[in-house]
Design a protein around this ligand. Structure first.
Ligand SMILES: Nc1ncnc2c1ncn2[C@@H]1O[C@H](COP(=O)(O)OP(=O)(O)OP(=O)(O)O)[C@@H](O)[C@H]1O
Length: 359
């Protein structure tokens, strides 16, 4: 039986569509290194735009089926790889940080909605999926990242730049490493601006796919500084479902829009309580407010995360839930939200990078 050509394999793969990018994987230039063996074995790689791709398994399965159906094919070997694209540096705009492909702000309109919890767990979820991730604690007045990561160490320099502290596979800097746990931070706007600039430009950040920035709650100075210092890929807004929180989140989204920071989407934290014994779900704060806000403002809804005691206790002892209980319903909800964030970043990267034509 005759063997298919590389062109025929590629043609067959054109039926496989990336649902987020709305194009087929061949014209997206995802298919690499097609090798057709004399025995009819076809091997190739599919290079996705993030290791956290939510539809990775689906794309692999569809690609397998499409190629296996060709005459002469006896086996199909697919290697799934990824290369995160940068959507930070748009021509004519500010530069992203050197070596940092994407900067993602995690913000909230209100304090106490779980913004830091989401920032830490989203960062870890992306890292656990194979990305290189940094976490910048820009919540200068209430720096809780060190507590939630369970790390307390003085920041040091390599002679020129601040060396970020590595914990659980993340690289991080925080005011909490400078001030003591209970020292108040009393600074004026220009000083905040200076600290943020230092944390961005005077830190020896390693090469990163994603730098997650834990923003202070509310609308204000730090978001403005961030947008002035660097090209921000986008912002994730964390809300709880009740009306007062949603109203503040609406203001936060509008602020990011005013600053030309794209809104990647809304996460509804503390969406409901899932009883660990009987599994009954109670809508403590009126589930759905975050989703309705996303629909109203025409931004993606990235997921609903329930309330659960292990989230709080894990945060208190520096062992975030995606690490301590990866099968917990909350960890799964956060993992799914992290995949949606990565997908939104990829979508933005494709809006700013011209596609390579495929011959
Ligand atoms: N889904 C959840 N289930 C249970 N507890 C949660 C959940 N999300 C957050 N928490 C807890 O709520 C408290 C506040 O969370 P966190 O510090 O992340 O909020 P925040 O919005 O960053 O607050 P702020 O910026 O005002 O300091 C923490 O004790 C945290 O462990």
């Amino acid at each position: 039986m005759s063997l298919p050509s590389v062109a025929q394999v590629l043609d067959a793969l054109r039926v496989v569509q990336d649902p987020d990018l709305r194009r087929d994987i061949v014209s997206l230039d995802f298919v690499k290194h097609v090798v057709i063996g004399d025995d009819g074995r076809v091997a190739f790689a599919i290079e996705l735009t993030t290791p956290a791709c939510p539809v990775k398994d689906l794309l692999k399965e569809q690609a397998h089926q499409a190629v296996a159906a060709l005459d002469g094919v006896t086996a199909v070997d697919i290697e799934m790889t990824s290369s995160v694209r940068s959507s930070g540096a748009v021509p004519g705009q500010r530069q992203a940080l050197p070596g940092v492909k994407n900067i993602i702000a995690v913000g909230a309109g209100k304090g106490g909605v779980g913004k830091t919890t989401m920032a830490v767990n989203l960062a870890l979820a992306l890292s656990l999926r194979g990305s290189r991730v940094g976490l910048l604690d820009a919540d200068i007045y209430g720096p809780n990242v060190p507590i939630m990561l369970g790390v307390q160490a003085p920041l040091e320099t390599d002679g020129q730049k601040i060396v970020p502290i590595e914990k659980h596979g993340l690289w991080t800097v925080s005011m909490g490493f400078m001030a003591g746990d209970s020292d108040p931070v009393i600074w004026r706007g220009p000083m905040l601006h200076g600290v943020l600039r230092q944390f961005l430009q005077e830190v020896a950040w390693p090469a990163l796919d994603y730098l997650i920035v834990d923003m202070p709650p509310g609308t204000g100075d730090v978001a403005l500084s961030l947008s002035q210092h660097t090209a921000v890929t986008g912002a994730v807004v964390v809300t709880t479902p009740q009306t007062v929180s949603v109203a503040d989140s609406r203001r936060a989204i509008n602020m990011y829009r005013k600053l030309n920071i794209p809104v990647l989407g809304v996460i509804e934290n503390m969406s409901y309580f899932a009883c660990p014994s009987c599994r009954h779900e109670t809508d403590l704060f009126g589930r759905g407010g975050g989703r309705r806000l996303a629909e109203e403002l025409n931004v993606p809804f990235l997921g609903a995360v329930p309330v659960a005691e292990p989230v709080r206790s894990g945060g208190d002892i520096g062992m975030p839930i995606v690490l301590s209980a990866p099968d917990h319903v909350v960890a799964q909800a956060i993992n799914s939200a992290a995949e949606q964030v990565a997908a939104q970043v990829s979508i933005r990267a494709f809006r700013t990078i011209p596609l390579t034509p495929v011959s």
